[in-house]
Design a protein around this ligand. Structure first.
Ligand SMILES: Nc1ncnc2c1ncn2[C@@H]1O[C@H](COP(=O)(O)OP(=O)(O)O)[C@@H](O)[C@H]1O
Ligand code: SF4
Ligand SMILES: [Mg+2]
Length: 376
């Protein structure tokens, strides 16, 4: 395998969940298109940040890569091997090389096991670490790597703070010496002050252990500094992908622009002039996505032609800058101007939300609060 071959390649990935109805006989009455045609690649030793509103399909994508959910269509190629073609021992071996860090370590760590047992379990299960002595030494090394004292060994998950628990979750994830770490909202449950420490730890481990990351977050700020490339998801698809700095300097897709316009700027003068682009209406249901461009029901730049009828492909506007919008060039060059949320709402026949038209989910996306959404 050449060094240029990305460690992970996702091609045309779809994950559709059937919607079942019926008292006695389950009838499939539709599908939730959680992931609906995603292509992405992650180079070795780099970090891909995946962002988007809650419910847009980020976790499902991460789970499909690990084959914790079965893809409906598409390919997941890990280190040159199509993961879908594997079963039995080869699948187990590939899974060992891809590990997951979860949002809520308390939910993913067995509360009845102490740290020693939590960390030795995966090693034993995979026959790694040698005998008792070897495993003990390995566990001490792991604790040291994540910045926990060896006194932690005898303690139980509930005895730790959120940040420390996430360190235990990370220690567990790296214990099998994986190549790829999928971190799904790794710091969303933590206080802002602790978030940076855990992000720093992830960066340090990446350097030291030569890890490749897929970091999933609804919070743009979290992903910004750790990512080499950022992908923005909306209703199951990528709408924009770019090198992190370029994306934050000049977002090109209307959805990314709206998200970014809501991020406060530290410079008070710039903050004063900052123009917020507000989105009209709610996030549409992934069971019944809008026709054409999926963002057209909320897009401040929506045009009379093409937007409602023609799905814009993800195309490369400049080197490494992928955007799925028919009008990306005109929007970038300021030829087209955004409409107000009231105008967008009026053309779509929907009402603007009472809270000043700010969608609470979008707000949560930039403020780092994951509001659970109820879906029927
Ligand atoms: N196992 C499942 N069965 C049915 N629908 C699901 C399942 N898992 C996720 N979904 C739905 O798929 C969509 C995407 O969910 P998810 O991947 O969790 O989004 P995110 O991680 O971006 O918040 C949501 O509408 C969610 O309700
Ligand atoms: S294709 Fe049209 S609706 Fe979609 S993002 Fe571009 S301008 Fe907006
Ligand atoms: Mg999620």
């Amino acid at each position: 395998m050449s060094a240029a071959e990305p460690l992970l390649r996702v091609e045309g990935l779809q994950v559709h969940f059937p919607i079942k109805r019926g008292l006695f006989v389950d009838r499939t009455v539709g599908h939730v298109r959680a992931v609906d045609g995603v292509d992405l690649a992650i180079d070795r030793g780099t970090t891909y940040g995946l962002v988007g509103e809650s419910g847009c399909g980020k976790s499902t994508l991460g789970r499909a890569v690990l084959r914790l959910v079965e893809p409906t269509a598409g390919k997941v190629v890990f280190d040159g091997t199509d993961v879908a073609s594997l079963s039995g021992e080869p699948l187990r071996a590939v899974r060992r090389r891809m590990q997951m860090v979860f949002q809520d370590p308390l939910g993913s760590l067995d509360p009845r096991q102490n740290v020693e047992s939590l960390l030795s379990e995966p090693l034993r299960a995979h026959g790694l670490g040698g005998g008792r002595e070897g495993i003990a030494a390995k566990i001490r090394g792991l604790l040291d790597a994540v910045g926990l004292p060896s006194a932690a060994l005898r303690r139980y998950p509930h005895e730790f703070s959120g940040g420390q628990r996430q360190r235990i979750g990370i220690a567990r994830a790296i214990s099998l010496e994986p190549d790829l770490l999928i971190a799904d909202e790794p710091v969303s449950a933590l206080d802002v002050s602790v978030q940076a420490q855990v992000v720093n730890l992830l960066e340090e481990l990446q350097q030291r252990l030569d890890l490749t990351y897929l970091v999933i977050a609804h919070d743009l700020a979290v992903v910004r500094h750790i990512s080499d490339v950022v992908g923005v998801m909306y209703l199951g698809s990528l709408v924009e992908q770019a090198p992190s700095d370029a994306l934050y300097d000049e977002p090109l897709h209307p959805y990314t622009r709206s998200l970014m316009s809501a991020v406060p700027v530290p410079d008070p003068e710039v903050e004063e002039r900052r123009e917020r682009i507000l989105l009209a209406g709610d996030l549409p249901s992934p069971a019944n996505p809008p026709s054409g461009c999926r963002f057209h029901t909320r897009c401040p730049w929506r045009q009379e032609t093409r937007c409602d009828t023609e799905a814009p492909p993800l195309r490369e506007l400049a080197p490494g800058r992928w955007v799925s919008c028919h009008w990306a060039e005109d929007i970038r060059d300021g030829v087209l101007r955004p409409k107000s949320p009231e105008e967008v709402a009026a053309t779509q026949g929907v009402s603007v939300r009472a809270s000043g038209a700010v969608n609470p989910e979008t707000d949560a996306l930039v403020q780092g609060v994951d509001t659970p959404v109820e879906r029927r």
